[in-house]
Design a protein around this ligand. Sequence first.
Ligand code: NDP
Length: 284
Amino acid sequence: MNLIDGKKIAAQTRERIKAETEELVKKTGVTPGLAVILVGDDPASAVYVKNKTKDCAEVGFRSFEHILPASATQEELMSLVGELNKDTAVHGILCQLPLPKGLNEREIINAIEPKKDVDAFHPSNVGKIMIGNYDFLPCTPAGVMELIHSSGVSVSGKKCVVIGRSNIVGKPMAMLLLHENGTVTVCHSKTVDLKAETLQADILVAAVGKAKMIKADMVKEGAVVIDVGMNRDENGKLCGDVDFEEVKEKASYITPVPGGVGPMTRATLMQNTLTAYKLAMGLE
Ligand code: NDP
């Protein structure tokens, strides 16, 4: 088994972004900026936003945190997005999801200027990804592709099984694997025989949200196993959808949780912000 070290690859990605940012800022005099909107006091979301601010500082971006109370109205949020769309210091906009109940997420996402939509959730960006001619890729699936590439295993012609079909992970993940000529199956809660599907996978991506549900007897010998899941086990410890201790014996390459997909997702957000900046500055 070879461990795919997401932490290390993410650190290398940030180094590369930092070096490129330094060059571009010297040339243009303008620093890339990421605005992050956080509504309410969900502790996990607050941690994610803090991490994004930290990553921005590390790669040399400006970050703008907009923290609104859970009582914020749809109108207030829409008006903030409108302002950020116009703000030339802001190249990327991200609204931390989920939003508190009563707020319409889709309307907010749709209001973000597509060229600043560094999460790539706007329908125009989703459509571009489908066609294969895009500015940004959603952070988690794009990070997963980087991790697969790091293993040196080519996706072309491989049987790829994605478990999960969310708009954020599963669906775009399947599309990116397809773009690289994988033969892709997408499984979900209505899949009749999950094990029969996963056993076919040369590349298995689990994005479900159920602690350690993928066991060794569900994995083909030598498969590349990517674990997107972020769950708590019975002791409250962070774990993935894959039973790592069992599955590592069968996989040729495997990502750990923590230290796999999570750090790469964060690094890809920085990459997307740099891309948004280059688009705005006419450098792309
Ligand atoms: P969702 O809850 O939106 O989607 C889960 C998917 O899993 C659904 O498509 C669902 O099927 C499917 N599913 C549920 N139960 C089963 C089952 N028993 N067998 C097969 N499929 C099943 O989750 P997300 O896509 O947002 O996230 C998935 C996981 O990835 C979570 O643990 C999340 O925390 C993590 N995550 C990690 C990130 C990272 O950076 N590391 C980033 C984003 C997410 P159906 O559609 O039929 O309901």
